[in-house]
Design a protein around this ligand. Structure first.
Ligand code: KG4
Length: 340
């Protein structure tokens, strides 16, 4: 059989990324992150689009060079079509379409969230065979999403629970902003939490039915508690930042894991994966290992490089769609929100 080379392109938020896979095995994965947003405490969409515009050609060029192939060897171009920031998506989508057209090869549209879930199937070499079996459950936690997904097959996923307001990453980032820490808050909270006491403070736990999540109450509870404590000690945050970070992280991880455990109990599916930017969090990773031991789960935790946005996950999703002959036409537009 002829070798299948897929170029994956990701540009949904503030990372411009390109990857090349050969027969489903990763050859290269290049990402240009955008430091420009740090000064604003959040992603500025217009600045993100401009940075993508500057980065896309060199990033794709590097990915192809590092893979040691010629662009004429590519079988298809897979790209994130949504959801994400429209201006950011447009850069990757337009580039991918033009590139595929110029090479006369098919284009494959990828749902960014499916990409995060299927990141568990990225293989770095032939011996890399520790992948989940279907069906499995995946906790998808990022800056924009908190979902429990039942994954029946590569191309068949059901969202069985999701946040009704803020995403977990969004809550962490907002609380870290309130504490005056940098952006994005996730990695900073993670680092501080390792030196703090997770039981030092208690914040509101939501009472939501089923497998859905809510994080807006926690955010408010965090804000109001800080206000009260700062009345007595204006430097309260500085004096207690490690304990605050550890307690906040502990609360969020606890909320995420309890619903996930309920989903495991009800479905009887014990293969459990975690994906998305927040899956880089050490507290969450440890909780996964702890639950695996306590409840007999088989767990799948991605490598750090595949937790945040990357093109390897888009490439692998594109590879499975290629095998299904599931291509997209040039008139399919980018979409900012999940299609109904
Ligand atoms: O998946 P992602 O890169 O982007 C999307 O939202 O699509 O996720 C970004 C989110 C941010 O909220 C960031 O603060 C969070 O992931 N994050 C973390 C960690 N690393 C990134 N949250 C907690 N602990 C971390 N180590």
């Amino acid at each position: 059989m002829e070798d299948i080379y897929i170029l994956g392109i990701e540009s949904s938020c503030d990372d411009t990324s390109a990857a090349v896979l050969k027969n489903g095995i990763l050859l290269s994965n290049v990402t240009a992150s955008q430091a420009v947003h740090e000064a604003y405490g959040g992603v500025v969409p217009e600045l993100a689009s401009r940075a993508h515009q500057q980065n896309i050609v060199p990033v794709v060029d590097q990915a192809i060079k590092r893979a040691g192939i010629e662009k004429e060897m590519l079988s298809a171009v897979a790209f994130t079509r949504g959801p994400g920031l429209m201006g950011s998506l447009l850069v990757g989508v337009s580039f991918a379409k033009g590139f595929a057209r110029s090479l006369g090869i098919p284009m494959i549209d990828v749902n960014h969230l499916h990409g995060h879930v299927l990141a568990h199937f990225i293989r770095e070499n032939e011996d890399d065979n520790d992948q989940p079996e279907f069906p499995f459950l995946c906790l998808l936690v990022s800056g924009g999403n908190s979902q429990i997904v039942k994954v029946n097959a590569y191309n068949d996923m059901e969202i069985i629970g999701q946040t009704i307001d803020d995403a977990a990453g969004e809550a962490i980032d907002k609380c870290s902003k309130v504490m005056g820490l940098g952006y994005p808050g996730g990695p900073i909270i993670d680092r501080l939490a390792r030196q703090g006491n997770p039981e030092a403070y208690r914040f509101a736990h939501p009472h939501i039915q089923g497998y859905d999540y809510s994080f807006s109450g926690l955010k408010t509870s965090f804000l109001y508690s800080l206000r009260d404590w700062m009345k007595d000690d204006p430097d309260f945050i500085e004096h207690h930042k490690e304990d605050l970070a550890a307690s906040l992280e502990h609360t969020i991880v606890d909320i995420l894991m309890k619903k996930l455990r309920l989903a495991v109990k009800d479905t009887g599916i014990r293969q459990v994966a975690v994906a998305g930017g927040v899956s880089a969090n050490n507290g969450l990773r440890n909780a996964f290992r702890d639950y695996a031991q306590r409840y007999g789960w088989k767990i799948f935790i991605p490598k750090f490089s595949y937790t945040t946005d990357n093109a390897a996950m888009i490439g692998i999703t594109g590879y499975f769609k290629y095998l299904d002959g599931d291509f997209c036409s040039i008139d399919k537009p980018a979409f900012a929100r999940m299609e109904k």
